[in-house]
Ligand binder design. Structure first.
Ligand SMILES: O=P(O)(O)OC[C@@H](O)[C@@H](O)c1c[nH]c2ccccc12
Length: 278
């Protein structure tokens, strides 16, 4: 069983739900990303999504776009992200999932991407602009090298649920809202129904992301899903660290970092003893 599978199994036995934060590698520096990964792991992150900065992140809202801009400006490229994963892997309990787009994977070489991912210790990969209809080659390479290729399933892809679930590895990423990434005020009322229909097609865990920015939202989703993914709200906090550093205020940067880690812990808290569905 993969590390991701084992983590979900262990959580289930404890009636806990997975907390899955996202951050962009190299935002604002690789050194800070490395420290944040260790701190998130220590605060109970079960899986960490590590974004490979990309110049054309079409599914991302302004917060994560800005993170990619900062990381690229700092010079972070694909090989740096692989090296980062290699460094942190022996130091963390959390599973590590690479998050990237089709183009960079193509350029690196599909087979070589998954081969390198495995070699440095990544457990999974998410490629949001890879439609299921075109995922054959990547799915084969991922399976060959033992990396879970985690598919995204959006509220508008009901007819495609069966096919996506059939191909899925690791977990199914249910997108809670249409549009781009970013914090939203409310959780969609249709979400429990969508999760239920995904669960009719697969025994894999289901994690929900898009728009989650508060512990109450995490708690609400945790009643129905096996995991909660939080990107923009975390990345916004990292933006605060970046701003403080850019202003030369390292004391403020340290304070922002502590606040971010406390915020991450507050998102995991309601998932530790998840309530059963009502
Ligand atoms: O930022 P949000 O709304 O919390 O959504 C999760 C998300 O950031 C992360 O999984 C992600 C980052 N970039 C993406 C692009 C597409 C889908 C998902 C993502």
């Amino acid at each position: 069983m993969s590390r991701i599978g084992a983590i979900f199994q262990e959580l289930k036995a404890k009636n806990e739900k997975a907390f899955i934060p996202f951050l962009t590698a190299g935002d604002p520096s690789l050194e800070i990303t490395e420290r944040l990964i260790l701190e998130l792991d220590a605060k109970g992150a079960d899986i960490i999504e590590i974004g490979i900065p990309y110049s054309d992140p079409l599914a991302d809202g302004p917060t994560i776009q800005a993170a990619a801009v900062r990381a690229l400006a700092g010079g972070t490229r694909m090989p740096d992200v692989f090296a980062l994963v290699r460094r942190v892997r022996p130091q963390v309990k959390a599973a590590l999932v690479l998050f990237t787009y089709v183009n960079p994977v193509f350029q690196w070489g599909i087979d070589r991407f998954f081969e390198t991912a495995k070699e440095v210790g990544a457990d999974g990969a998410i490629i949001p602009d890879l439609p299921i209809e075109e995922s054959g080659e990547a799915a084969a390479a991922a399976a060959k090298h033992g990396v879970d290729l985690i598919p995204l399933l959006a509220p508008n892809s009901r007819e495609r649920i069966a096919k996506i679930c059939e191909e899925a590895q690791g977990f199914v990423y249910v997108v809670a809202a249409l549009g781009v990434t970013g914090v939203r005020d409310t959780v969609s009322e249709d979400l429990p129904q969508l999760i239920a229909s995904v669960k009719e097609h697969t025994d894999l865990p289901v994690a929900v992301g898009f728009g989650v920015g508060r512990p109450e939202q995490a708690a609400q989703i945790g009643r129905h899903a096996d995991g909660v993914i939080v990107g923009s709200a975390i990345v916004k906090g990292i933006g605060g660290i970046a701003d403080a550093l850019a202003a030369g205020d390292s004391a403020l940067a340290e304070q922002k970092e502590r606040e971010l880690i406390d915020f991450a812990a507050s998102l995991k808290e309601p998932l530790r003893s998840a309530e059963a569905p009502l």
